[in-house]
Unconditional design. Sequence first.
Length: 314
Amino acid sequence: MKKNLIKSVCVSLAFVFCLGVVPGPVMAEEQTVDVTQIAQAVETVQAESAASLPNLFSARTTAPGSDNTYFFADNPYAQGGYGMPNCTAYAFGRAYEILGTKPNLGMGNANSWWAYNLSTGYYPSGSTPKLGAVICWGGSSDGHVAIVEAINGDTVTLSESTYSGIYFQNYTYTIGAEDSTSVGGFQGYIYIGDYIDAASDTTPPGLSDVLVTDFEGKGIRVTALVSDDLSGVTKVNFPVWTENGGQDDLIWHEGTVEGNVASCYIPYSEHNNELGDYKVHVYAYDKAGLYSMIGTSITRADTFTSLGEVALNS
C-alpha cells in the first residue's frame, strides 16, 4: 500500500532526481514540511505490519550431513550414543533444525514422546497433520516418531530414520490411514509451530515510494515502503555507484527495516565525494528469496542554492 510522502527543503546544495536508469534532471521545488503528517504516515505503515507472519517451511529431502550440529554435535541422543540411524535422534534433530532452538520433546523411547508432551503441555497437539509436526506412533516395543515434510491433498510426506536400520528416507501415507502406517498405534501429531510451504510464495515483495534526500551535505538518505503479506520482507539492499568511472565505486549498502519503512544512509565519502550522477537502486527481498527492484538516478551539483526531496513511485 502506497503512502503519500512529503516534500521538504534541507540544506544549501543542489540535487536533481529522476526515476529510472537514464538521468533526466529536474529541480525540486521548495516545500513546507508537515512533520505531523509524516509521523502519522510512518506510524500507520508500521502498525499495519505489526501482525505476525507465518514462518516459511522447506522440506528436507536429503539426509543431514555429519557437520549438521542439530543432528549430531548438539543432539542429546547422538551425545548419549543413540545417534542416527535412530528415529528419536533424527526427529529431535529435525525439530531442532526447524525451530532453530532446542525443542522441548521427550528424551526416552519414541512411544513416550506423546505422553511426555501431553503431561508438559509444551506444544499443542491433534490428529490432523501440519507442516513440521512430529507424528507419534506407540506400536511395537519402542514406537516410532517422524516429521511431516509436505501435505498434498490427502497425501502426507514425512522424513524419518529407523533404529539400526534406515539412515534417512522420505515416506508417504494417506491421511486417515496413520494407524495402519509404520509400526501402528497412531497417537497423534505434536505441533512445534505454524508454517507455510516456502514454495507457495511466488509473489515478490511490494516496493514503492522511494524517497531520496540529502543529509546535511554529507550523504544521501533513501527510504522506501516495503511489504510482503505472505512470508515477510527479510532484507533491503541499496546498491549505489557514480556515473563517473563506471561502477568502480559500486557498493551494496545494507538498509534497515522498521515496520514497512526501509531506509539507508549513504555517505558521499564512500563514493569519492564525487559530483554528478549517482545511481541508486533499491532491492527488497522476502523470506522466499524473491525480490523487487526500483532504480533511481540522482545528480549532485554545486551550482544551486536549494535542495529538495522527490518521492519516486513504482
